[in-house]
Design a protein around this ligand. Structure first.
Ligand code: F6P
Length: 516
């Protein structure tokens, strides 16, 4: 790290020693403009960061830190195809996926996905049982599941208007398989195998289980089996091995990361659910956020501000967790999507040069629908000895009585967290001064959703720049998979004693195997 960066870091450490920054009420008393001056509106998103342990001085120092990390240059690198995914020696192309005019191959991939979706939704293409498609089952996991799932749930209103409903088959789960079979007319179902690598064991097992199931049906037409499948993947070779014809393969660029891939053909189920117009508007929303991220000054730049506030909490206030609490049932999957995005991207201890990172990186992120969480884990938000920053997310319109009720509850919670309460009996005391950010969306539309997801994607990129880590790989998740593969292979060969396992795992594995 350069001298300027280190100097800014030291400066922030010095500021952090002053405990008065945690006195939110005093900060509001010091500046009558605090709420307005620490709120930002970009397109359909309004972000109020005034209830955080920050001052204009801190924000200035944080933006100087961002400057010193060469963030401007790194943002340019993201958008201009530099090989920023250094360990895999490739660029990160998710922002190209949502461009109005993407590069030629991506435009071709998008056109093909639209054509296939239209063929099915118009009834021109039928399933292997010669029936039109009424349900799409997404067979995929990780980003190939959470991306379509957050978006489809968020846009439930649009999905309800479309003829197609979407179900998910992610984990290996016999019960889930049975549930799909019993609740769905599988003769009118299109199975979308969503896997960037097409090497993910859960997805392949689930796809094969479905294939076997279809083959057992009386009226199944073997030569037409493929009509019940499409494959969204960046691995065309494996797609052809699966036996699906080229016309049913929806390719996408290999340099688009799994957790950033909902904008690509991994978004096919979303396209089926909300139609071409909705999907294009989703992409356009994200593109608007890309433009904002590229062009806005850091002190007005939503992803940069969100990231720098999170850096402040993680590295200078030493808060380990981060909660994301949408007060809208349609956004209830946002925390799970963001959990993968932040923790798989930035939960790392080595920098881009392979050196150990001296400071803490990704916080532990969790969350759920606010109204439900309020009656579950909010007690700890108010009175636990540990504090964490919270993003509250609300949707303003179209306003109904129930939506207003939700929003009022959300505001009441953030106010209660900040202001606390004083009681004679100590156990009723809420200490207050608990920080939060409030994000308001004008409405939940494909465009505003695109903006919101892209905002968080860029926030995570900015965090990674500050920590100097590669946020586009995930080497840590491989180890457990390798051990599982090794055990399975040795069980098959009856040579389990050759696998070196610790005593605890040996004992537990014995229990698993005995139980048959
Ligand atoms: O195991 C982690 C991971 O590689 C994620 O990064 C990814 O989203 C998920 O598995 C699924 O991968 P694929 O789309 O290649 O099946």
């Amino acid at each position: 790290m350069n001298q300027d960066f280190l100097a800014q870091w030291q400066q922030l450490k010095k500021i952090a020693r002053d405990e008065s920054v945690k006195d939110l009420q005093a900060l509001f008393n010091q500046s009558i403009n605090r709420a307005a001056s620490l709120s930002f509106e970009v397109e359909d998103i309004f972000v109020d960061i005034s209830k955080n342990w920050i001052t204009p001085e801190i924000l200035l120092s944080l933006t100087k830190l961002a400057d010193a990390s060469q963030l401007s240059e790194k943002i340019t690198h993201l958008f201009t195809g530099h090989n920023i995914n250094v360990t895999e020696n490739k660029p990160a192309t998710h922002t190209l996926q949502r461009q109005t005019n993407p590069p030629a191959q991506m435009a071709k991939d998008r056109a093909k996905m639209f054509e296939v979706a239209l063929n099915y939704s118009s009834g021109q293409w039928l399933t292997a049982f010669n029936k039109p498609v009424e349900t799409v089952v997404n067979i995929g996991i990780g980003g190939s599941y959470l991306g379509p799932k957050i978006a489809i749930q968020a846009l439930t209103d649009l999905q309800m208007k479309s003829k197609v409903k979407v179900l998910y088959f992610a984990s290996i789960d016999d019960v889930r398989l049975q549930a799909i079979v019993h609740t769905t007319d599988i003769e009118r179902t299109l199975f979308c195998i969503s896997s960037k690598s097409l090497g993910t064991i859960e997805t392949l097992k689930n796809a094969n289980a479905i294939k076997e199931l279809l083959e057992k049906k009386n009226n199944y037409q073997p030569n037409k089996m493929n009509q019940s499948f499409v494959i969204a993947t960046a691995n065309n070779k494996r797609a052809s091995e699966f036996g699906v014809p080229e016309s049913h393969v929806l390719p996408f660029d290999n340099a688009t990361g799994g957790r950033f891939s909902v904008w690509s053909s991994i978004g096919f189920p979303l396209l089926m659910a909300i139609g071409e117009k909705g999907f294009l508007s989703f992409l356009a929303g994200a593109e608007k956020m890309d433009k904002h991220f590229k062009e806005a000054d850091f002190n007005q730049n939503l992803p940069v501000l969100m990231a720098m506030v999170s850096i402040w909490y993680r590295n200078f206030m030493h808060l380990t967790a981060y909660a994301v609490i949408p007060y809208d049932a349609n956004l209830k999957h946002l925390p799970a999507w963001l959990q993968q995005l932040m923790m798989e991207s930035n939960g790392k201890m080595h920098d881009v040069n392979g050196e150990h990172v001296d400071v803490s990186t990704s916080p532990w992120l969790f969350g759920d629908h606010g109204q439900l969480s309020q009656h579950a884990f909010f007690q700890a938000f108010h009175q636990s000895k540990d504090v964490l920053p919270i993003d509250f997310i609300g949707v303003l319109g179209p306003q109904t009585e129930s939506k207003k009720y939700l929003l009022i509850n959300m505001l009441a919670q953030s106010a209660a967290l900040m202001n606390g309460s004083d009681h004679d009996e100590k156990q009723f005391n809420c200490p207050g001064n608990r920080p939060s950010t409030t994000i308001l969306l004008k409405e939940l539309t494909p465009s505003s959703l695109g903006q919101l997801l892209a905002m968080y994607e860029h926030m995570i990129y900015v965090q990674s720049v500050i920590w100097n880590i590669n946020c586009f790989d995930q080497p840590g998740v491989e180890l457990g998979k390798t051990i599982a593969r090794n055990i399975v292979e040795h069980i098959q060969d009856d040579t389990l004693e050759e696998v070196h396992l610790d005593k605890s795992t040996q004992q537990l594995l014995a229990k698993v195997l005995e139980h048959e």
